[in-house]
Design a protein around this ligand. Structure first.
Ligand SMILES: Nc1ncnc2c1ncn2[C@@H]1O[C@H](COP(=O)(O)OP(=O)(O)OP(=O)(O)O)[C@@H](O)[C@H]1O
Ligand SMILES: [Mg+2]
Length: 354
């Protein structure tokens, strides 16, 4: 008779369909109960993919039965991912003078949202578009550092805040108010206050685009955005690791709930490009972002490799599209900015209806 631990090891052979990763490492196996004549395997999933679940059930049943000769019962508990924020049903007032508001989001932290947001904002500005960048991340603001304006306190116009302009982009970030190393210990309602302040009390002037750099996941910041402004669209950033890819669904669902079109998915840190020899290494297996985009029927906006120059430029406060516009990755950011702009214009003109 095997032990539950041995059965758990056995279940490591069951891969999640479409992923090169097993169901145990995904945390799907909740419990294994061993009776004298039967085994009960309890699975927990957030996926609504019935086909994948059925394949997993079949594989577990066959595998466990072959190994134990016991009857196999599989119980599946489907937990819905944390409910994404629901938009308020009343019409949301636009920000006077501000055109399209585009949010950059991700399910998982650290995938490069802020890097994408600052580079795309700078690339839009380079194209001659009037662009603002709002750092909606109260706890981990990075826009001010990435634009090299960390110490610049924004000027005031009466009670209103004047955004700091850098590289043609008008930006506002909590980082400008606290200094880079101050911990932000605000709780939820303060996040909402901050975002309200940034939307309503900043002198944005006339803008073609206001890019929002969102914190990861779905929380107070996303809810505040949803309730306060109409979004022209959202961009989901992912990395090629399986765990990040699973979060793409959450990102896309979130924008659906916000009633904002998903302008596309970007795969960042897609593969490693050696700065010295130019060798390419697909550390996490690249291409998943494109596959996910196809699966959800949303555009794939491009892939950005992991290159030292991108991080170094961000750390130095000069995004790569500004410091080295001819760099191949700067061109990719420019193309992504172009694709975002084209989609927003097409949607505004009613050409794209989905
Ligand atoms: N393509 C890339 N190549 C090299 N470094 C990168 C790349 N993209 C992002 N980075 C670096 O990875 C780190 C995390 O990126 P970034 O801050 O943009 O992620 P984020 O998704 O905004 O994180 P958070 O969820 O904490 O807000 C930064 O140091 C950034 O410079
Ligand atoms: Mg960030």
């Amino acid at each position: 008779m095997p032990t539950p631990q041995e059965l758990l090891e056995l279940l490591r052979r069951v891969k999640y369909p479409g992923f090169n990763r097993d169901i145990v490492s995904f945390g799907m196996v909740r419990d294994i109960q061993l009776g004298s004549r039967s085994v009960t395997v309890e699975l927990s999933t957030t996926s609504e993919n019935a086909e994948a679940l059925e394949a997993i059930r079949r594989e577990i049943a066959a595998l466990v039965h072959d190994a134990t000769d016991l009857a196999v019962e599989i119980v599946v508990e489907t937990t819905r991912p944390a409910a994404p924020p629901r938009p308020a049903s009343r019409p949301k007032p636009p920000i006077p003078g501000v055109g399209a508001i585009v949010a950059i989001a991700s399910g998982k932290g650290g995938v490069g949202k802020s890097t994408v947001a600052t580079n795309v904002a700078c690339a839009l500005a380079t194209k001659g578009l009037r662009t603002g960048l709002l750092d909606a991340d109260a706890y981990g603001p990075s826009v001010s550092a990435m634009l090299g304006v960390g110490g610049d306190q924004p000027l005031r116009e009466g009670r209103r805040i004047i955004p700091v302009e850098r590289y043609g982009v008008r930006a506002i970030s909590m980082g400008m108010f606290l200094g880079e190393r101050s911990p932000v210990i605000w709780r939820g309602p303060m996040v909402t206050k901050l975002i309200t302040e940034f939307f309503r009390n900043v002198v944005w002037g006339e803008l073609d685009y206001l890019i929002l750099d969102l914190p990861p996941g779905t929380g107070d910041a996303q809810l505040a955005v949803a309730q306060q402004v109409p979004l022209a669209g959202g961009v989901v950033v992912t990395t090629p690791q399986d765990v990040a890819l699973l979060d793409v669904r959450r990102g896309i669902t979130m924008f659906e709930q916000l009633q904002a079109p998903v302008l596309g998915v970007i795969e960042n840190m897609s593969y490693h490009l050696c700065g010295g020899c130019g060798a390419r290494a697909e550390i996490f297996g690249h291409g998943g972002g494109e596959k996910m985009a196809r699966q959800f029927g949303v555009p794939f906006l491009g892939e950005i490799p992991l290159v030292r120059a991108i991080r170094a430029a961000g750390d130095a406060g000069t995004p790569i599209v500004v410091s080295d516009p001819a760099h191949p990755q700067s061109r990719v950011f420019a193309e992504i900015a172009g694709a975002v702009d084209a989609q927003v214009c097409e949607r505004a003109a009613g050409i794209v209806t989905h």
